[in-house]
Design a protein around this ligand. Structure first.
Ligand code: PLP
Length: 249
């Protein structure tokens, strides 16, 4: 009885077992993933939360498609990219098997590729992009999963939506047939993430109490994922801890 390698089946890749380099990378990423899972579990346990409620988004930006391939083999399912072209190139190389999240700055002239090729976008904060993504999402695809990027601190210069404007945009997104509002995303400035994360969690809870059905609070990266999990993150975006330092572009 031939045993079918589940990885080959899942991602349509035949060369996993044949390439020693890929096999090494796969073992390395599997080891790193185990460490990340322990970090998440320890943080969740400190707050009496279930680590099962925390998903891992593997941020593969600046790493090649072989890193994604090894990540899939190690059991990762969701990959995050900051540049549309780079993400699409990896999708084209890999074929089916991964779920792709756009986590970079959303530019109006790039919304079409995001709408056509990605499964998720975490960085929506303007009405204009909402309308474009909705009209550009192909009818044959499932609705595009959307998180609103929320401004975390007054000092934050990054483009994001102030908290008081989130309910309005959330209502607009919820009304679009080709979009599915999943939750909120935040990138805090480094010095005081805990307060910012707790505020984002409160906003998330308020939106759900007001009748929305959000399941995704996207916050925390390699350096601060424990803090984010303690504050109630349901998805952490992890690059370096899984794939190692990013090669210079
Ligand atoms: C690059 C990036 C990450 C991952 O960062 P690491 O520190 O490598 O884990 C997460 N979120 C966003 C928005 C990013 O740009």
């Amino acid at each position: 009885m031939a045993t079918v390698a589940p990885v080959s089946v899942r991602c349509g890749i035949k060369d996993v077992a044949e390439s020693p380099v890929l096999a090494m990378k796969e073992v390395e990423i599997a080891r790193r993933l185990a460490v990340v899972r322990v970090r998440i579990a320890a943080a969740a346990e400190r707050e009496g939360l279930s680590p099962l409620n925390v998903r891992i988004l593997a941020v593969s930006k600046a790493h090649g498609s072989e890193a994604v391939r090894a990540g899939l083999a190690a059991g990762l399912t969701d990959f995050g990219e900051n540049y549309v072209g780079e993400g699409v190139a990896k999708m084209n190389e890999l074929g089916l098997g991964a779920r792709w999240h756009f986590i970079g700055r959303l530019q109006s002239n790039k919304t079409r590729l995001v709408a056509e090729r990605f499964d998720w976008v975490h960085t929506v904060f303007r009405e204009r992009e909402v309308m474009r993504l909705n009209s550009q999402r192909p009818a044959a695809s499932l609705p595009l999963n959307v998180c609103i990027q929320v401004r975390m601190q007054d000092a934050d210069a990054r483009p994001a939506l102030p908290a008081e404007e989130v309910p309005g945009l959330a209502a607009l997104i919820s009304a679009q047939p080709r979009l599915r509002l999943r939750g909120l995303m935040g990138v805090p400035i480094p010095d005081a993430p805990r307060d910012a994360y707790l505020r984002l969690r409160s906003l998330f809870d308020e939106l759900n109490a007001s009748g929305l059905n959000l399941d995704t609070l996207s916050m925390g990266m390699t350096a601060d994922l424990e803090t984010a999990v303690e504050c109630g993150a349901t998805l952490v975006r992890v690059g370096t801890a899984l794939f190692g330092p990013r090669p210079p572009r």
